[in-house]
Write a protein that binds this ligand. Structure first.
Ligand code: IVH
Length: 668
């Protein structure tokens, strides 16, 4: 094969993999393999610059910065949607539709998420992306072709051959939630610009004059309608057209579907509202469109909005309100978390009067002061937060927020470790707030799971002096409990039963319940598996702890420090003499750690389990799991489409095992 043929072949392969990845969401090869193909194409094109075309997958970045965007007049205006907020409004819309059409039966609607991004139009001429524009005012937008070309889910060439000669597709550019968070995490570390929300992020990114900057922003696109169609025919239904678009490689939102009548619409609305937090993209409602184009045509438009479609909006997740004060809450580890007291505001479906301000660095970064008008956001079950200050509306007497020098609960000194964002109360377990949080954690479902002991009750027990630390729970008497406010004989007995029931536990739960800093459930599991009994863990030291896979230097220090405190050892002793017990794993341990000292690398897709599961099970048997192959690797476990790690293993003579062999290993 000569270079020219190889170039053609590589482009076809890359286009196919792009399609599988972005449109079908079913990649065939790992990312590294894709990158390898792309690099091969790049180097061949460097050798033969005359063979480079604008449609080549290598040509997504590189255009020179613009002085300004050219104007684009839309041949067919880009319309907007009317909104409705209630079921009644939806019923009225449907009634109007059926009356106009003289249609008695239920209407078939295409139902789609209403994506919260930026509307764009892409024109394909003979299957090639020719021009892309923003919606602008609907009549006239801006030419953002070079920026759109940097978005990998916007194809430079359409697939197949059945598309119209001139095809204008419309859709929404957005920033996936994950990418948004990742981008901001990186920006925070690098001291770069923080993006306010995914919608602004998408809009701002697309309107960069330098396409190289846009290329660094992780944007994506979903297509939801067509404009110009010339030299070819499309299907007679909107839902069918969406199917055609995806066949041509244009990405369509997978939650798009069809429903029957208003009951179907409402069901759809509810299911998408429920799924909202788990979707990878931001939405602010759903859209219903009459599915049949002949009906759409008959219905026509009023002003700039079609009569055949409506957006059914969700309650807003962002609202304006004012900060009227700040309180510092003290957590289990003494961390002081500033919380804003707000003028109550209805947002995300509930009335909100508190919002977290995270820590002092966040307050400084966002320049938040008492008296400020702010945007609060409440998304799903997440704690409401202050997104942004409207500095223009700051009153002259706005006050700075100052970190208290003494703990608001116990008056101990507040300390702030250099380089750490959090400030902590130094009172330790002498601080009632920390005691309460420690006991709440100890009793919580995933720790000791004490049934009947809720947060309020813990506070009550600490406040009235009945319990000072977790072991005190096991000395409570029926008489003491029944004497508490709002506590009857029966609930007192239930709680005592719950406390008694918690005594039989596992070592992992007990370690987790101790509330050692940075020791979550996963680390507790690892420690339990590694040491097998509590004594060995207590007697271990910082250095030894660091030898354990998944225990880093900071965690090791926290663990070692915890077990050096006489108070902690006393509480542990008292808990054990109260009868808390578990089955020691030591006897089982020696036999179980059959893979101690070996290192595995996982590659490709496994059929019976995820790679994470495989990793955990290998680690449970004492093996190390690494991400790169070296001569020291014991074996590479290769699932389907294994990628370059298998090649590397072959070249180093490292053993390669398939999934069956893995199962044998795990079960041996
Ligand atoms: S259809 C006449 N479908 O909503 C049809 N629009 O208010 C107009 N949008 O500018 C567009 N998701 O930015 C349509 N699934 C969806 C949409 C959607 C979001 C946006 C779009 C448009 C605005 C209209």
């Amino acid at each position: 094969m000569n270079d020219k043929q190889r170039i053609t072949e590589l482009r076809e392969q890359l286009d196919l993999h792009n399609y599988r990845y972005y449109v079908l969401d079913d990649p065939e090869i790992p990312d590294v393999e894709y990158d390898r193909l792309l690099r091969e194409l790049e180097s061949l094109e460097q050798k033969h610059p005359e063979l480079v075309t604008p449609q080549s997958p290598t040509q997504r970045v590189g255009a020179a910065p613009l002085k300004g965007f050219a104007e684009v007049r839309h041949e067919l205006p880009m319309l907007s949607l009317r909104n409705c907020f209630t079921e009644d409004e939806l019923l009225a819309f449907d009634k109007r539709v059926r009356e106009r059409l003289g249609h008695e039966d239920e209407i078939e609607y295409a139902a789609e998420p209403k994506l919260d991004g930026l509307a764009v139009s892409l024109l394909y001429v003979n299957g090639r992306l020719e021009r892309a524009a923003t919606r602008g005012d609907g009549q006239q937008g801006e030419d953002v072709t070079q920026n759109i070309r940097t978005i990998k889910s916007a194809p430079l060439v359409l697939r197949g051959t059945s598309y119209p000669d001139r095809l204008e597709v419309r859709g929404e550019v957005y920033m996936p939630k994950k990418s948004f968070e990742k981008f901001n995490d990186q920006a925070r570390k690098a001291g770069g610009k923080i993006l306010v929300n995914p919608r602004n992020a998408a809009a701002g990114s697309l309107r960069q004059l330098d396409p190289k900057l846009t290329a660094q922003r992780p944007l994506a696109i979903y297509f939801y309608s067509v404009g110009i169609v010339e030299g070819g025919e499309l299907s007679t239904r909107h839902s069918e057209v969406l199917r055609q678009l995806s066949e041509w490689g244009l990405r369509v939102c997978p939650q798009s579907t069809t429903v029957l009548g208003t009951s179907g619409c409402i069901q759809y609305y509810t299911s998408i509202l429920e799924a909202r937090d788990s979707l990878g993209y931001e939405i602010d409602g759903v859209v219903y469109k009459v599915d049949r184009f002949d009906m759409q045509q008959e219905l026509g438009f009023v002003s700039r909005a079609p009569r055949w479609a409506i957006a059914h909006k969700f309650p807003a997740q962002e609202e304006l309100t004012r900060i009227i004060g700040v309180e510092f809450q003290v957590g289990r580890t003494g961390a002081l978390t500033p919380a804003a007291k707000l003028e109550p505001v209805f947002v995300g479906g509930v009335t909100v009067s508190n919002a977290t301000l995270h820590n002092m660095d966040e307050i400084q970064r966002k320049d938040i002061r008492i008296g400020d008008t702010v945007i609060v956001r409440r998304a799903g079950d997440v704690i409401p937060e202050v997104v942004k200050v409207l500095v223009d509306r700051r009153p002259a007497d706005a006050q700075f927020i100052i970190l208290p020098v003494r703990c608001p609960i116990c008056d101990s000194a507040v300390v702030r470790v250099e380089g750490e964002a959090v400030a902590r109360c130094s009172g330790g377990l002498a601080c009632p707030a920390q005691r309460k949080e420690a006991i709440k954690h100890f009793a919580s479902r995933r720790a000791m799971d004490i049934e009947g002991l809720g947060d309020k009750l813990v506070e009550q027990l600490v406040d009235c002096g009945l319990v000072n630390s977790a072991d005190g729970l096991y000395r409570l008497s029926h008489e003491q409990l029944a004497g508490l406010e709002r506590m009857g004989d029966k609930s007192a007995q239930n709680l005592l039963d719950g406390i008694e029931g918690s005594k039989k536990t596992t070592l992992a739960r007990f370690i987790y319940a101790l509330g050692i800093r940075e020791v979550g459930e996963a680390t507790a599991q690892v420690l339990s598996g590694y040491f097998g009994n509590l004594e060995a863990l207590i007697e271990s030291n910082e250095q030894a702890l660091q030898q354990i896979t998944d225990v880093g230097p900071i965690v090791a220090r926290h663990i070692a420090t915890f077990f050096l405190q006489p108070h902690n050892l006393e509480v542990i002793g008292s808990l054990r003499s109260a009868g808390i017990h578990w089955q020691d794993q030591q006897a089982m341990r020696a036999e179980q750690r059959t893979l101690e000292g070996s290192t595995f690398v996982l590659t490709g897709t496994l059929q019976g389990m995820t790679r994470d599961e495989a990793k955990q099970r290998l680690q449970a048997l004492g093996a190390k799991v690494s991400s790169s192959v070296s001569a020291r690797t014991t074996a590479v476990i290769a699932g389907e489409n294994p990628g370059s790690k298998q090649d590397k293993a072959e070249s180093l003579g490292v053993e390669i095992l398939d999934e069956n062999a893995l199962l044998k290993l795990l079960n041996s």
